[in-house]
Ligand binder design. Structure first.
Ligand code: PA5
Length: 432
């Protein structure tokens, strides 16, 4: 993974930027020594290096068992108990996985529920599950979140109606070790469970069973994911200064620009399969930084698709945007422009050029245009989409998010603002 911040220096002076070295390095040290606000939620820092082999094995065994008996695995969860798994699974999956025959797929289809209360969504899902063998992974750290609780209650009805007592072994819960209704329910019903560590908050939990179990069920290599994260962790530990530490650079650039009036950051990808990585990133930064009247609004765009919708605003609208481009150098496969004798579309000049190459020219051209349009632009490049690189990106973003929040002067590990809507909704629903 390579971060490039050179273009940002068209907007800020290098010498001013490097004045942030002390505060960035101090924030890094406070996280590593456990002396920052929210320090009871720092368990994610050492997860990739400290995760026990036994735990990895039992996740793999549980995933294999579910895979054997299921064509579909429904993962129920919301926010941090949903987005990380979906980000990794969608990034690594065939773009039309759901349309492949299950034989071609070789792995069960992972579907998601409990991330909304859409009535049509759950009814459509039940219809699909009527004639498919399926299992459920229900994930909630608190064990009391309304959206997944509703989805689980409805799906539980369905799965017991379909399988009777056998449903017990088709349900796995990922939750707190001791507290919450999901823990009580799982203990009472005898469901197999995995634990979310006390000191890991939802949006930092993708490298716990919250993310690892669904990702393993989708057939992906969780050890490679952890290896990528562990190598990124090592690099962050080894590099102590802004000059050499990419996570500190990313955090510092964001903060510098934010104080100069850039209040929106758009994470842009050129590979549609990274759409949910951006969704995960939005939650990570939005919930970690958006508090006490502060915070950059994290937005995302899928290019070139959204160049035909948001492109105008980014190029020419209010100059309050930072653009962070996520580029994948190799797609792993190749398709080139074929010859067409009539050439009505005028595309013969692209004869034999690969699509990733053309996509790259789109990216470079867009970067130039947006820089000319006075949008500070950062880029992050990975060589290809695989478990290792995703693990490394995940840890990179987690660490830089924590540093960025501390530099901003907030506690990056709480989310008091999320309670307001819940309180009103439960009152309106008449909860005692
Ligand atoms: O990051 C967070 O803490 C939140 O987004 C939670 O993950 C989300 O609200 C779901 O919570 P729970 O896992 O307790 O159901």
């Amino acid at each position: 993974m390579k971060l490039n911040i050179e273009r940002v220096f068209d907007f800020i002076k290098k010498e001013d930027f490097y004045l942030l070295d002390d505060i960035a390095a101090l924030s890094r040290d406070m996280i590593l020594s456990g002396e920052c606000p929210g320090n009871d939620f720092l368990g994610w820092v050492n997860l990739p290096s400290e995760i026990q082999k036994d735990l990895i094995n039992s996740i793999k065994i549980a995933a294999d068992e579910l895979k054997k008996k299921s064509k579909v695995i429904v993962v129920i969860g919301i926010g941090g108990s949903y987005l990380g798994a979906r980000a990794v699974i969608e990034a690594l999956s065939h773009n039309f996985n759901h349309l492949r025959k299950s034989k071609e797929r070789e792995k069960p289809l992972v579907l998601f529920a409990g991330q909304n209360i859409g009535e049509d969504y759950i009814i459509d899902l039940l219809e699909i599950l009527d004639d498919k063998d399926y299992s459920i992974i229900v994930i909630s750290k608190s064990g009391t979140t309304t959206e997944p609780a509703i989805a689980f209650r409805i799906l539980k009805n369905h799965i017991y109606f379909k399988y009777g007592k056998e449903a017990d072994i088709r349900i796995i819960a990922v939750t707190d070790e001791r507290n919450g209704s999901l823990r009580k329910l799982s203990d009472a019903e005898g469901y197999r469970t995995f634990i979310i560590p006390d000191d890991v908050g939802g949006r930092f939990s993708v490298l716990t069973p919250v993310g690892l179990l669904p990702i393993a069920c989708a057939g992906f290599d969780i050890e490679e994911l952890l290896r990528g994260a562990a190598d990124m962790r090592k690099s962050i530990l080894d590099n102590k200064t802004l000059e050499t530490n990419a996570a500190l650079q990313y955090a510092a650039v964001r903060n510098f620009l934010y104080h100069g009036g850039k209040t929106i950051e758009i994470l842009v990808n050129y590979s549609p399969s990274l759409h949910y990585l951006s969704e995960w990133w939005k939650q990570l930064f939005g919930e970690s930084e958006g508090k006490d009247g502060k915070g950059i609004f994290p937005a995302s765009a899928d290019f070139t698709t959204d160049l035909h919708s948001l492109g105008q605003l980014i190029q020419d609208g209010k100059r309050n945007i930072i653009e962070t481009v996520l580029w994948v150098e190799n797609s792993g496969r190749s398709i080139t422009i074929p010859f067409d004798e009539k050439n009505f579309d005028g595309l013969n000049y692209l004869l034999n050029r690969g699509l990733n190459d053309i996509n790259k020219m789109a990216m470079l051209g867009t970067n130039m245009a947006h820089s000319d349009g006075k949008v500070p632009l950062l880029s992050i490049e990975i060589d290809k989409i695989n478990e290792y690189n995703l693990g490394s990106l995940i840890y990179f973003f987690e660490f830089s998010c924590a540093v960025s929040g501390l530099m901003l002067g907030v506690n990056p590990f709480n989310q008091p603002g999320v309670e307001a809507y819940k309180k009103n909704m439960l009152e309106l629903l008449g909860k005692a």
